[in-house]
Design a protein around this ligand. Structure first.
Ligand code: FPP
Length: 229
């Protein structure tokens, strides 16, 4: 969800109002993704390196995450959306962790769309933490992927990324789901996140549908993550 800060500054507003607008975009995209039949939507809300931002911006973002969880849970339950948060929790305020646990418990039965919000997330740190507790049985692609999902409190199964959409004009991964993005298709959409709408999403999905995914092979083979070893 890149570009909130610049979107606000371009309008002479404080960066935080860009995050507010970004939260509205996230809400709308959840609805659109559900209508399009997407099964899993992961939103990168706060990286482990975002703690380096000014204290006021970090505090505003943490308040916004909690408000988002509290305000969206009911709608998610009504629409069959499962909400989970991936990332570390030991550096989050207890009231935010409480809101996370409440939202996850309330939406656990959702089967229509799984929305994951990454907060205090780092792909490299997740791999290191999983490696530190891995047993020999965990050292296959499938088992290690599942361990990674569990280590970040997220899901019981590995969730390889099919399509990664980056907004804001940047063209980098920024430590996002590094293991899970092994065969992700990449889409770079040069609009600021608050301006990202259903038409941009549809265009990215259409472009994705035209790509031929070979997973290192030449055609009709199973995806690499399904192979063992
Ligand atoms: C990146 O833009 C965005 C963030 C670090 C925060 C994203 C958070 C939200 C949209 C609010 C809450 C949403 C949910 C789903 C809980 P940036 O600040 O790096 O913008 P810039 O690149 O223009 O500086």
């Amino acid at each position: 969800m890149d570009g909130n800060g610049r979107w606000a500054v371009q309008r002479g507003q404080p960066r935080v109002s860009g995050h507010l607008a970004g939260a509205r975009t996230a809400r709308a995209l959840v609805r659109t993704a559900q209508e399009r039949g997407v099964e899993v939507l992961t939103l990168y809300a706060f990286s482990a390196d975002n703690w380096r931002r000014p204290r006021r911006e970090v505090a505003a973002l943490m308040r916004l995450f909690r408000r988002y969880l509290l305000s969206e849970t009911e709608q998610c339950v009504a629409n069959g959306v499962r909400l989970t948060i991936l990332g570390r929790r030991d550096r989050l305020a207890p009231e935010l962790v409480h809101a996370i646990e409440g939202a996850e418990a309330a939406t656990r039965q959702g089967t229509s769309l799984h929305v994951r919000v990454a907060v205090d997330y780092s792909g490299r740190d997740a791999i290191l933490r999983a490696a530190a507790v891995a047993t020999p049985a965990d050292l296959t692609r499938d088992a290690f992927g599942a361990l990674l999902a569990r280590i970040d409190h997220d899901t019981a199964e590995a969730l390889p990324v099919d399509l990664l959409i980056r907004t804001g004009g940047e063209r980098r991964l920024s430590d996002f789901l590094l293991w899970e993005c092994a065969y992700a298709e990449l889409a770079f959409v040069p609009v600021m996140w608050p301006d990202f709408d259903a038409a941009h999403f549809d265009a990215a999905l259409e472009d994705y549908a035209r790509r031929q995914r070979r997973f290192g092979g030449v055609g009709d083979e199973p995806p690499a993550h399904a192979l063992s070893g």
